[in-house]
Write a protein that binds this ligand. Structure first.
Ligand code: HEM
Length: 551
């Protein structure tokens, strides 16, 4: 071979080798980079400097967030002032956050108002950790267990309050206008039921209807109203620290301090009463779990919590349930149950007024089940009322009382539908949007159609502990899901059946309800607060019904 022929061959070989080497290096670095690449953050709509997306939420944030999700997808990243917030708006996202990756999403976002009003020691807003685990165990096992909820004393409490509600309606029916302010009476009912469960038969006058009340009860009711309203209020300072002064100027801090002091002194009185009663008892009751059935069922929530405290003290370890924690958990129970129960009832009655066909269908079911049995609706009737359950499910689907659930916070770096969610991110699950998702519920997703659940039978067992269906999530789910659903549902069912058994309901003539403007339907505008309620007061005409009148 000539020297001149060898040179180009050598150069070609060298170049080929270099090319291969470059390709090899390129391919290994890209595949390493590929392996290392983190999933990206969720999409984020344009926000404003400093305030971020806060001003875009408006007065009904669940609706604004639903509209944003339609454009940006089921997982979005917002900035509420300085607080990064991930919003989940589909059942798949809810399922991943509350089931598949439940632990990573199991802490709570801090809330300045809750820390202030609930001593920073309550359960609902507690960060994930030992105190929350113990409080949750006590709630699930001792306070809200199915056995306790179905115990005779709790059933009597519900039936007693339903009977009181009935008496109050009769007073209004016999008044000159004949118009019943049902909103007001339903709040009284919800407050009465939880007061009996928490305080037993000690009367702190929380459940009195305004017109029967001398004064003390009225004052206390106002304190509780303020407490519920404040707890549903976000402070400006926690989102935009340089605007924290706004909370002082608007009087928010002063109101919170006043309300906290009033509640704290009531709770001191409650604990002192219960301790005195405990001392008077004959010493038969010792620790939770040792008592016989009757004793356990006679105990109210305060008794149970004091027993847990005593047991902890005797065991000599760390005491989680000191007096402060007990007071905080008592307030949790009021905050978690009154608004949610009463708004569900209010929405159910409002939807039925606007859907007379469904109202009649439900009344026919209830009246057929009850009429032969002495004209008093009891809890035995409830299991014979499948359509009633459909009505309640449909109400909760359309009007989740806590539409954005209680905000969670991630414990660690995690993912949601393939997007990266860093540790300590606030997480909001839009239960309201999920309940109205057309992809799940079809073209009539916004309509009140209880019949959609008739076929569904056992699906969406909303009270079930392990929820496997995320098509609607009014009680949340997973570790932080609502432990009070089993308590709430019988209270709601009993009173709805009672209202519809005893009365035919209709809108009052125009002058009484609409300022003179005739309307055949009720205005369903919402009002945002601790829960989302009907903006209008539910003023209705109740016409007594009895089997004798209808024959
Ligand atoms: C219609 C009635 C009710 C609704 C719609 C409702 C809804 C909710 C929701 C959405 C949450 C947050 C769940 C989550 O983050 O996944 C929650 C938590 C909670 N609810 Fe309810 N609730 C109701 C009634 C009650 C009642 C009657 C009680 C107690 C007597 C109660 C006690 C609680 C407690 C203690 C928590 C905090 C759980 C935790 O953080 O571990 N709820 N509820």
């Amino acid at each position: 071979m000539k020297k001149m022929d060898v040179l180009p061959a050598f150069v070609a070989l060298l170049l080929g080798g270099l090319l291969l080497l470059t390709l090899f290096i390129l391919s290994t670095t890209t595949s390493r980079r590929k392996r290392k690449r983190k999933p990206c953050l969720p999409p984020s709509p344009a926000g404003l400097p400093l305030l971020g997306h806060l001003p875009l939420l408006g007065s009904l944030p669940h609706r604004k967030l639903q509209a944003m999700a339609e454009v940006h997808g089921p997982v979005m990243l917002l900035r509420l002032g300085r607080v990064p917030t991930v919003v989940a708006s589909s059942s798949a996202a809810a399922q991943e956050a509350m089931k598949t990756r439940d632990l990573a999403f199991a802490s709570r976002a801090p809330s300045a108002m809750a820390t202030r009003l609930l001593y920073g020691r309550d359960m609902v807003f507690a960060p994930y950790g030992e105190f929350w685990r113990q409080a949750r165990r006590v709630s699930v096992v001792h306070l809200l267990s199915p056995r306790r909820v179905q115990s005779l004393s709790f059933r009597r409490a519900r039936e007693h309050e339903a009977a009181a509600l009935l008496r109050r309606i009769h007073i209004h029916v016999n008044s000159s206008s004949g118009v019943v302010n049902l909103s007001h009476l339903l709040i009284s009912y919800a407050r009465g039921v939880i007061s009996r469960a928490v305080f037993g038969n000690h009367d702190y006058e929380l459940d009195l209807d305004g017109e029967e009340d001398g004064g003390g009860g009225k004052k206390l009711r106002k304190v509780f109203e303020d407490f519920e309203a404040l707890l549903g209020t976000g402070t400006v300072g926690e989102f935009v620290p340089w605007l924290a002064w706004v909370d002082t100027v608007t009087g928010l801090h002063a109101r919170a301090t006043r309300t906290f002091r009033a509640l704290d002194s009531l709770l001191d009185r409650v604990l002192a009463d219960h301790l005195a009663a405990k001392r008077r008892r004959d010493g038969r009751l010792t620790m939770v779990g040792d008592e016989d059935d009757d004793d356990e069922h006679r105990q109210d929530f305060v008794d149970v919590l004091l027993d847990v405290k005593e047991a902890e003290e005797k065991a000599g370890g760390e005491v989680q349930f000191d007096t402060t924690a007990i007071k905080a958990i008592i307030l949790d129970m009021f905050a978690a149950s009154i608004d949610t129960t009463h708004t569900t009832l209010e929405w159910a009655m409002a939807e039925l007024i606007n859907h007379p066909h469904q109202m009649r269908k439900l009344q026919t079911e209830i009246r057929a089940a009850v009429a032969a049995a002495g004209e008093v609706v009891t809890e035995e009737h409830l299991e014979k009322l499948p359509y009633l359950q459909c009505v309640i499910k449909e109400t909760l689907r359309l009007h989740a009382p806590v539409p954005l659930l209680v905000p969670r916070q991630t414990l660690e770096d995690t993912e949601l539908l393939g997007y990266h969610v860093p540790a300590r991110t606030r997480v909001v699950i839009n239960a309201w949007a999920i309940g109205r998702d057309r992809a799940t519920w079809g073209h009539d997703a916004d309509e009140f159609v209880p019949e959609r659940f008739e076929e569904d039978d056992d699906v969406l067992n909303i009270v079930g502990g392990q929820q496997d269906d995320f098509r609607f999530v009014p009680f949340g789910a997973g570790r932080r899901g609502c432990p009070g659903a089993g308590f709430a549902v019988p209270s709601i069912e009993l009173v709805l059946a009672t209202l519809l058994y005893h009365f035919d309901w209709e809108l009052p003539p125009p002058a009484a309800n609409t300022g003179g403007v005739a309307s055949s339907t009720l205005d369903m505008t919402e009002l945002y607060g601790l829960s989302v309620r009907l903006k209008a007061t539910l003023n209705l005409v109740a016409k007594p019904w009895s089997p004798r009148l209808s024959t």
